[in-house]
Design a protein around this ligand. Structure first.
Ligand SMILES: Nc1ncnc2c1ncn2[C@@H]1O[C@H](COP(=O)(O)OP(=O)(O)OP(=O)(O)O)[C@@H](O)[C@H]1O
Length: 303
């Protein structure tokens, strides 16, 4: 993987420094009687890595789906570089927002290179006739696409696996491939949904470096993650969603130190919660029950 963050070219979709890339205002998403996201405002500026955290079921993925045209928000508006986004995911991708998914969505029986080439379809201009006739224009465009796809594979450190089937890659590399495929649409904003889920600490560290390198290419990043160390190392700003609402937004130190965030994750102690004595009593009873069961099964085995 390339981690030299000073020499890389800027991606075509990259935004001018400091420009507001994403501007989500009052986003609400209801499913029948359930309000999964309620009046959430969030901006992401160029050059930023912003984190979105919150307990399970807080509405993070639903919010991502509202940003990427998978869901049309019940209320609110999402703008990308000042333009209201169209309510279709392929149009959102064409506009400049790419994403990865919590559950990896690769074409398992296609090669690594082919997966990245699929990601380029919003950026290739060759039409149906050109493809069918396979004229010089088509061949030129195809060669350029392959060259760009190989560049992206090199960027994520998978160029040596270009001809492997996606399904044969280890899990961590599948996640990298998803990122390369998302980058193939030349986005100005990349949304990552739990990019380190299922990774070991080394893979997580490598993903952190990869996200920094993506940011240094001029692509803003919004990332959902449960790994707090990853989020607080990585992000310039972190927003916390709890039960669909934004609880707080700020830099890592502010969010980490906020008691409401700690309470939201750990659960506040409730009235009449058992004290130490009751807990000790229950544990002793459980230990006794376990010992009795073990002894009984030992007798069974002796027979
Ligand atoms: N398509 C849907 N239809 C109905 N309810 C949904 C739908 N999608 C999500 N929900 C509900 O909306 C709430 C928020 O879910 P969401 O997946 O956005 O949370 P999350 O913060 O991403 O959780 P996790 O961290 O576990 O991925 C949950 O109560 C979920 O059950």
């Amino acid at each position: 993987m390339t981690t030299d963050t000073t020499t890389q070219d800027t991606a075509p979709g990259a935004a001018a420094s400091g420009e507001t890339v994403l501007d989500a205002r009052g986003v609400t998403m209801r499913f029948g009687g359930l309000t999964a996201v309620r009046g959430v405002d969030l901006t992401v500026n160029s050059g930023e890595i912003v984190g979105l955290i919150g307990p399970n079921g807080a509405g993070k993925t639903t919010f991502f789906n509202c940003l990427t045209g998978l869901y049309v928000p019940t209320e609110g508006e999402v703008r990308y570089k000042g333009q209201v986004l169209p309510p279709k995911s392929f149009k959102v991708t064409a506009a400049g927002i790419a994403r990865t998914f919590q559950n990896i969505r690769l074409f398992a029986n296609m090669t690594v290179l082919e997966n990245v080439l699929v990601g380029r379809h919003t950026r290739t201009k060759e039409g149906l006739w050109s493809a069918l006739l396979r004229g010089p224009g088509f061949h030129r465009a195809e060669a350029a696409s392959r060259a760009r796809a190989m560049e992206l594979l090199q960027f994520v450190g998978l160029e040596h696996k270009a001809e492997h089937l996606a399904r044969n890659l280890p899990y961590g590399e599948q996640r990298k491939l998803e990122i390369a495929r998302a980058l193939a649409s030349e986005p100005g904003l990349l949304l990552l949904d739990e990019p380190t889920a299922g990774m070991n600490p080394q893979e997580t560290r490598a993903t952190e470096e990869l996200v920094f390198a993506i940011r240094d290419k001029g692509i803003a990043v919004l990332v959902i993650e449960h790994d707090m160390r990853f989020i607080f190392n990585l992000c310039d700003r972190v927003a916390v969603l709890v039960q669909g609402e934004k609880l707080i937004e700020g830099d890592s130190a502010t969010v980490q130190g906020d008691e409401r965030v700690i309470a939201a994750y750990l659960g506040e102690p409730f009235e009449n919660a058992p004290g130490d004595e009751e807990v000790a009593e229950v544990e002793a009873a459980e230990a006794h029950a376990e010992a009795t069961t073990d002894a009984a099964s030992g007798k069974e085995n002796d027979r």
